[in-house]
Ligand binder design. Structure first.
Ligand SMILES: *[C@@H]1O[C@H](CO)[C@@H](O)[C@H](O)[C@H]1NC(C)=O
Ligand SMILES: *[C@@H]1O[C@H](CO)[C@@H](O)[C@H](O)[C@H]1NC(C)=O
Ligand SMILES: *[C@@H]1O[C@H](CO)[C@@H](O)[C@H](O)[C@H]1NC(C)=O
Length: 516
């Protein structure tokens, strides 16, 4: 029984990242048809093959590839000082002549869209206006995380992407929307048939999420909007991490396991490539791992349930028990702070050399459950401390995945996930639900959200969070991306902001301990 939940969660997990889709199999540079206006420039971007320095925009042809040089002809970020914004370090900046840009962010009320919006708002000269397109406006509480000046730059335009392109175009025209850049984060998650695991309805997901993008793309020419760059966010599911073994780390050029399971990322990519080719627009695809960021509705916010778990265990005077095994406890994985991914996305669309490229997006800050659980006890004053995983193998239930040719790796034994208990089963215990109600009443009206009302929606992603994701970000690094956040600090920031949203109980310390 418990195990069913874990299973559901495991498959769910993989959908992680909110939105989108991903891929150009293996080629570092995307659709460079000779007919493609986007690649008909006079010089070749970084990493393209070359014979001579003069072939390259960077004037530096080395070992047959265009590499970073000193005479860059584009207005890149490489010679500008880096920015430090709160816990986000060494962020690229751009020439001040790049200013007054307008942008459309779709799905700006979700975890990724909202935090990309915040990343852009950190450069107010550069971005003069943000059109937030979604059916409903971003919730008032979330907008409360912005300053009044930031809020004044955001205009919500109500659009339903399940409607026809004509209808969407009409809404865009009525609001006088213009867009130098577009970031697409819209995502719909139709409910699976009764009894089905979340995200088990892959075909339905494909249909609905392809329609969202397709209708929106149709509307753009009709509304007279032609961006310089269109960014689509997909996720680690691009690599089939939810299906079985994949290569580690995952690189952007890895093949997509299209034949193993339907995934709406792939048809979305086809739609994007066609639109960009037909209209002479550049594209970017961004693929985060587990996303971290404050939001009031994030079924994919895998670390959120651990705050609930820690606060309740502290309240009951009980320790934090870890439900995975020793491999999970000590293994390393990588997470993606949504705001850092937002900064990376801004960098990618503004750099000429990143045109028509896909990028993995992670904090590049190693994360282990051992260190996280010990920090959680400090943050929420869990006086009884941590109980590491059982050493006795009989205490675990085991879930076996696919093997051999049925996996993206194409060979090898099935993956095995072992759990001694799940958060979903823990959340079903009345004593824990009661403890949460007590925390709510003790908070004097500050803690308003009750995650126990929908256990599956609020906890199952946490059970899947032990699935390690190892994405390689060398490609962005080579092209000049320098941004960084300590994942532990990003989680602390998320909990602090979710405290303001009434979702997480007040923490007992002011600061996390970074991994230094
Ligand atoms: C460009 O497209 C046209 C029509 O599709 C085709 O006939 C032509 O060969 C293409 N040119 C190149 C250089 O690929
Ligand atoms: C759009 O522009 C027109 C013409 O300038 C103006 O009358 C109208 O108020 C604008 N609409 C919005 C929503 O800003
Ligand atoms: C948790 O469940 C509530 C109640 O059903 C729901 O409204 C909310 O969106 C869920 N929260 C998250 C983080 O998914």
């Amino acid at each position: 029984m418990k195990f069913q939940y874990l299973l559901a969660a495991f498959f769910a997990a993989v959908v992680y990242a909110a939105p989108s889709n991903g891929g150009n199999n293996g080629e570092i540079v995307g659709n460079h048809d000779e007919n493609d206006s986007s690649s008909s420039g006079e010089c070749k971007p970084l990493l393209q093959s070359c014979n001579d320095n003069s072939d390259c925009c960077s004037d530096n042809c080395l070992a047959g590839f265009c590499l970073v040089g000193y005479n860059v002809k584009t207005m890149g970020s490489e010679r500008l000082p880096l920015r430090q914004i709160g816990i986000y370090h060494n962020l690229p900046d751009f020439d001040s002549s790049l200013k007054g840009l307008t942008v459309i962010i779709t799905g700006a009320n979700g975890i990724s869209g909202f935090h990309t919006m915040r990343a852009l708002l950190a450069a107010p000269e550069r971005w003069s206006k943000i059109y937030a397109l979604s059916r409903r406006p971003p919730p008032e509480q979330m907008m409360g995380l912005l300053t009044p000046e930031q809020r004044s730059k955001v205009q919500h335009v109500a659009c339903d992407f399940l409607e026809s392109g004509d209808k969407i175009a009409q809404a865009l025209k009525e609001a006088n929307v213009t867009a130098d850049y577009i970031f697409f984060y819209s995502y719909l998650q139709p409910k699976p048939p009764p009894g089905g695991a979340i995200w088990s309805n892959a075909d339905e997901l494909v249909k609905v999420n392809s329609a969202l993008l397709s209708n929106f793309l149709d509307s753009l020419p009709q509304a007279g909007i032609k961006p310089t760059r269109f960014l689509l966010q997909t996720g680690a599911k691009n690599y089939g991490v939810h299906i079985g073994r994949i290569r580690t780390p995952s690189c952007e050029s890895d093949p997509q396991p299209k034949d193993l399971q339907p995934n709406f990322y792939y048809p979305q990519e086809e739609l994007l490539f066609k639109y960009c080719k037909d209209n002479g627009v550049g594209w970017n695809i961004i693929m985060p791992a587990w996303i971290i960021g404050a939001t009031n509705n994030a079924q994919m916010n895998a670390l959120h349930p651990f705050s609930v778990y820690a606060a309740v265990q502290a309240h009951k005077g009980e320790p934090l028990t870890f439900g995975g095994d020793w491999n999970a406890w000590q293994g390393l994985s990588f997470h993606s702070a949504a705001r850092l991914t937002g900064f990376l996305s801004e960098w990618a669309v503004l750099e000429d050399k990143c045109k028509d490229q896909r990028f993995n997006a992670i904090d590049d800050s190693p994360f282990s459950w051992d260190r996280f659980f010990h920090e959680l006890t400090r943050w929420f004053s869990v006086e009884k401390g941590v109980i590491p995983p059982p050493e006795d193998d009989s205490k675990y239930q085991e879930m076996t995945g696919r093997a051999g040719k049925e996996t993206p790796l194409g060979y090898g034994p099935p993956t095995k996930i072992r759990a001694s208990f799940t958060l979903s089963s823990w959340a079903k215990e009345e004593v824990n639900q009661k403890a949460w109600k007590e925390l709510m009443s003790q908070s004097g009206g500050k803690l308003t959200h009750d995650p126990f009302e929908d256990i599956e929606a609020n906890f199952s992603c946490g059970d899947a969070a032990w699935t390690t994701v190892m994405l390689c970000v060398n490609k962005a690094r080579i092209l000049g991306w320098t941004g960084f956040v300590d994942t532990m600090e990003a989680v602390f920031e998320m909990y602090s902001e979710m405290e303001q949203l009434g979702m997480v109980p007040a923490m007992k310390v002011d600061k996390p301990k970074p991994h230094v």
